[in-house]
Design a protein around this ligand. Structure first.
Ligand code: ADP
Ligand code: ADP
Length: 222
């Protein structure tokens, strides 16, 4: 379980994240929803370990302050995928497994499994630059999931895609997160996306969480 307590991030005199308390239960998909500039990405980056913050972030009671990004056991997916452009699809998916020291046969097996999961079986040898935006995001997702992260952090994972593809992939992603029993924090400014993906929605405004509830509750009392 992820526990965020009294988390604050400042940029100079601006407070981007303001005394946030938030908890994500095992297996839960939480959407952090709010307008551009309200502090969603900053909060996610602090959880990832990419942004210094005041307050506490812990996993199953163990404090994560001072634990570097790659030792937190979290997977990351950003808006534009950020794949390694000079590597093929399989190498990109294998990246985290390689870092974790997985042996070749296990890596290959896991890569096949993940490509299958995201609907890209047979794409392993393709160059990522040849893929569509939607395919690239699915590779980014496979790469993040490959080392079995205890928490997946997704920052506007579908925003760079066009509307019809976004709706389609939101449904796929929702199913995938549930099938793989992944615990996830998804940052989005898109209501429909939050409600499609999440078990619970936290609404953020000006650095603060102003409301949390299941999608129905948040929808009826916006
Ligand atoms: P969101 O993800 O909700 O769009 P951000 O977390 O990106 O919001 O930004 C929150 C606020 O912090 C914004 O006012 C933004 O301009 C500011 N901010 C974000 N990153 C930085 C940074 N690296 N340096 C200074 N200000 C930043
Ligand atoms: P291995 O010997 O484990 O098969 P490689 O010879 O393929 O590894 O990798 C050579 C170097 O490239 C290593 O330092 C590794 O960290 C780096 N590397 C491997 N895969 C990737 C990737 N997908 N993106 C960026 N760098 C990578």
């Amino acid at each position: 379980m992820l526990q965020i307590t009294d988390l604050t991030v400042r940029y100079g005199r601006q407070t981007a994240v303001d005394a946030v308390d938030l908890r994500i239960a095992d297996g839960e998909v939480l959407a952090l929803l709010g307008p551009s500039g309200c502090g969603k990405s900053t909060l996610l980056r602090a959880v990832a370990g990419l942004e210094p913050a005041d307050g506490a972030i812990s996993w199953d009671g163990a404090d994560l302050s001072g634990v570097p990004v790659h030792r937190r056991g979290f997977g990351l997916v950003f808006q534009d995928g950020q794949l390694f452009p000079h590597r093929n699809v399989a190498d990109n998916v294998a990246f985290g497994l390689r870092m974790a020291g997985a042996a070749r046969p296990e890596r290959d097996r896991r890569v096949d499994e993940l490509l299958d999961l995201v609907g890209l079986s047979g794409f392993g040898a393709r160059r990522v630059t040849e893929l569509s935006g939607g395919e690239q995001q699915r590779v980014a997702l496979a790469r993040a999931l490959a080392p079995r992260p205890r928490l997946l952090l997704l920052d506007e994972p579908l925003s760079a895609l066009d509307r019809s593809l976004r709706e389609h992939l939101a449904i796929d992603l929702s199913r995938l997160l549930r099938d793989s029993k992944t615990t996830a924090l998804v940052v989005t400014h898109d209501h429909d996306e939050a409600f499609t993906l999440a078990d619970r929605v936290a609404v953020m405004r000006s650095g603060r969480i102003v409301q949390t509830g299941n999608p129905d509750q948040v929808w009826r009392h916006p």
